[in-house]
Design a protein. Sequence first.
Length: 281
Amino acid sequence: MIIDNLILKGIKSLNNNKIPNSKLDAELLLSSVIKKDRLFSALNGRTEINKKNISKYLKLVKRRKKKEPIAYILKKKEFWKSSFFVNDNVLIPRPDTEVILEDIKDRFRYRSKLNILDIGTGSGCILLSILKEFANFKGTGIDRSQKAINVAKYNSISLYNRERVKFIHSNIDNYKFGNYDVIVSNPPYIKSYMIKYLSEDIKRYEPRIALDGGITGLDIIKKIIKKAKKILKLGGYLYLEIAEDQAKDVKKILQLSNFRIVKILDDYGNNTRCIISTNLK
């Protein structure tokens, strides 16, 4: 079967299961099998694909038909300026989180050194992207999942940041180290009862531990703020990713904990995505 026909077969199969972006997904899956980019497929549509690769491709399409995220199938996800290894032990990086990187890049562009803590680091995408932008910054990422820490360590090696970064298996309550200039976190913030209403690809495949923020969605956020008071320098910055309907509640918790609200960031869809605050005392 030639490339054009195989891709069309993949698109049709994905469309029958109402998979969004079926054309893109079908092309990406074939690219991963034949180890060529999408441009190659576009320019060489009459090229024959051998039976072994056809079988591999159709197996991947079958996985995608079951709503398994394309990032988990390909085991990679682009974030900021790098490609990160991901699997179902970590949350898939989202473009909306990049607004945190944009602010940090601008806010600290004249700082020669910063010590950063990433709480709930997952794949390590936020922390490693910051360190790639700033050659003299260093950081630590913690996560309560050892499997997530293993993914972050793998990414640190592939992105050549391992000399300036540490990844530690620890939950928030047990972590007692450091005196940080900046703390960043994309914590679990979805209300427990809302998990069942998420799209199939999220609720069936992404780790619940990275999604479930408890009854109010604020359980982990409260713990982060409490811990930040102890390990964030006076005047240090706390970046918290939140759900769009949590801004009022999170602002109140921060202010009661003697943090000053610096800025609220909207994501690319103009939804509230992050609260930046600074430690007053």
